[in-house]
Design a protein. Structure first.
Length: 351
């Protein structure tokens, strides 16, 4: 019988621990999950208590644009001022862990894509229960307020309609040699989920990346640059494409030659809301979480083509791909476990 290495044992323990955290988080019943949230929070007692708190502090991994829109709409609705600090999930986890050691999370509410860390905080008792609002795929402690589906960008001036890739293998065609841009997996674990999916998919695997390297792609360090180089024509195709980056370019420059398409396997990265168990403004935090899960909150947070909502194609939100095409089994949690292996593969393949 093959002996298990120390690294493999650590990975197994981590997987089992995460499973326990998810169970502990308390997934809502099927009936609760299928109920529709209100247009806007209706709990009069919570609204009054939230207004009495008057202010609210948020740590967020969502875009600053989204939180600015949230803060303005929430203050207009309830008179509660929202201050926020925007940072990616990794730095946020490090900051919150330091605050936990000091005795309390300074933010009242957290918005993060790092479910592994969120569930660790849940298991440690650092995250409080969310308000009783029906919402898809939520638990007692976390709720997915945003979905970002990872896509392929293409330059509409340089790629004829007939040449738009329909599979990832289409990127290996000679017409794309020297005209491909790839975002580095070092951008983050959620961003790297598409690469995890391609590595695990039997139609692709590491052999696909080895062939892709022969196409002489350019590797860049930010999602925004992936979009910018596509729109400028330096790249004919590029990925991972975060759809709102293309939408932002078109909004600023109508007619910019950039569009996106979803290729199987389609992956998604979700952003979740959670409340600090020791929030200084607990009622304002609960009201803000309830509002983010409402139809109005979802429309504001994901509007202006920022992302897709689990409530469907709400006005101004990005249209989601057919759910049947989305690989829910290729998760950020699994990517996190194999994140270093993905980076190592990129380093030896794209030298």
């Amino acid at each position: 019988m093959k002996k298990t290495s120390r690294i493999e044992r650590r990975t197994l323990v981590r997987c089992l621990a995460l499973t326990g955290m998810i169970v502990a988080a308390g997934v809502w019943s099927s009936a609760q999950a299928q109920a529709k949230p209100p247009q806007r929070p209706t709990d009069a007692k919570l609204i009054a208590a939230g207004k009495a708190d008057a202010t609210l502090t948020v740590y967020t991994a969502s875009s600053a644009t989204a939180l600015k829109a949230d803060a303005e709409a929430f203050e207009k609705a309830y008179g509660i001022k929202v201050s926020y600090t925007q940072m990616t999930s990794g730095p946020m986890a490090a900051r919150v862990d330091q605050e936990i050691k000091a005795g309390r999370i300074n933010a009242d509410l957290i918005v993060s894509a790092d479910t592994t860390t969120l569930y660790r905080w849940v298991a440690g008792g650092y995250i409080g229960k969310l308000p009783d609002v029906p919402f898809p795929d939520r638990t007692e402690f976390v709720a997915p307020i945003q979905s970002i589906y990872q896509s392929l960008f293409y330059n509409t001036a340089g790629v004829a309609k007939a040449d738009i890739p329909k599979t990832w293998n289409d990127l290996l065609k000679p017409k794309f040699t020297g005209k491909i841009v790839i975002g580095s997996p070092r951008i983050g674990t959620a961003y790297a989920t598409q690469y995890y999916a391609l590595l695990k998919d039997p139609n692709y695997g590491e052999a696909f990346f080895q062939k892709l390297a022969l196409q002489k792609p350019r590797i860049v360090a930010t999602p925004a640059l992936v979009a910018q180089l596509t729109a400028s024509g330096e790249a004919l195709v590029a990925f991972n494409g975060i759809p709102y980056d293309a939408a932002n370019i078109v909004t600023a420059n109508p007619g910019a030659p950039i569009a996106y398409t979803y290729l199987d396997p389609i992956t998604t990265a979700r952003t979740y809301v959670a409340i600090s168990a020791k929030a200084q403004k607990p009622n304002a935090a609960k009201l803000f979480a309830a509002w983010l899960m409402s139809v109005e909150g979802q429309t504001v947070h994901n509007g202006e083509n920022r992302a897709s909502s689990l409530l469907g194609n709400l006005p101004g939100t990005l249209a989601a791909p057919d759910p049947a095409r989305v690989r829910a089994d290729y998760t950020v949690n699994k990517t996190t476990i194999e994140y270093q292996a993905i980076i190592n593969m990129f380093d030896r393949t794209f030298k």
